[in-house]
Design a protein around this ligand. Structure first.
Ligand code: HEM
Length: 184
């Protein structure tokens, strides 16, 4: 029922509230789990934090690579059509259910690792943080586009979204090389 309501009215504030509640509960559960891990095995916490960081990174990147792809198809769907309304629901769910919480968790654990493991020192780390800031700016741009598509006011072409799709890919390659190879 909630799902068909959402399909009929993608701007529905009820489902927005539910998504916010789910995200808050999910992040709160993660914080409790993390605190437990921290107290049960403090000397083994660093690799656990890195594992959670990597899982969050995978989810964030999956969404960041898929969302502009959805926009490419959405541009070709007629405004007001069932297809267009379905894209709106998919985009909003991807943003609120996966991309936003994954970005928050990536930042939380990334900053902790940078502080605990490296005291925020190292050229590679500074360059990585700069690249992640750029990634977060792209995230903000895509979130704005989800709102525009929801109002049927996107004016960008499919070619534009195809090109935007390449930015997170390039940033991701740079970030992974910086953190794994640590070239400087
Ligand atoms: C502000 C955000 C971030 C900060 C401060 C941060 C910082 C860190 C730190 C300090 C480590 C531990 C490195 C080590 O133990 O050698 C790490 C691991 C890692 N990070 Fe991030 N990170 C952030 C976001 C990201 C993003 C966006 C990606 C990918 C797109 C990413 C990919 C990875 C990977 C793959 C590892 C594992 C590297 C290894 O174990 O060799 N991180 N991160």
């Amino acid at each position: 029922m909630a799902r068909s309501n959402e399909m009929n009215n993608p701007g529905n504030t009820n489902s927005t509230g539910q998504a916010m509640i789910r995200m808050t509960v999910g992040i709160a559960a993660l914080i409790v789990l993390t605190a437990l891990l921290f107290f049960v095995a403090p000397d083994r916490f660093y690799p656990w934090a890195k594992a959670i960081h990597i899982l969050a990174v995978i989810s964030w990147m999956a969404g960041m690579l898929y969302l502009p792809r959805l926009f490419v198809y959405h541009v070709d769907a007629e405004k007001g059509s069932v297809q267009s309304e379905t894209f709106k629901v998919m985009e909003r769910r991807l943003l609120r259910g996966i991309i936003n919480p994954a970005m928050i968790v990536t930042w939380m654990f990334g900053l902790w690792l940078a502080w605990k493991g490296f005291a925020f020192q190292g050229g590679w780390l500074h360059a990585k943080i700069a690249a992640v800031l750029l990634m977060s700016a792209v995230h903000g741009y895509l979130a704005g586009a989800v709102r525009k598509f929801a109002r049927d006011s996107n004016e960008k072409s499919a070619k534009h979204w195809r090109m935007v799709n390449e930015i997170p890919t390039l940033l991701m390659i740079a970030i992974v090389i910086l953190v794994v190879v640590k070239p400087f």
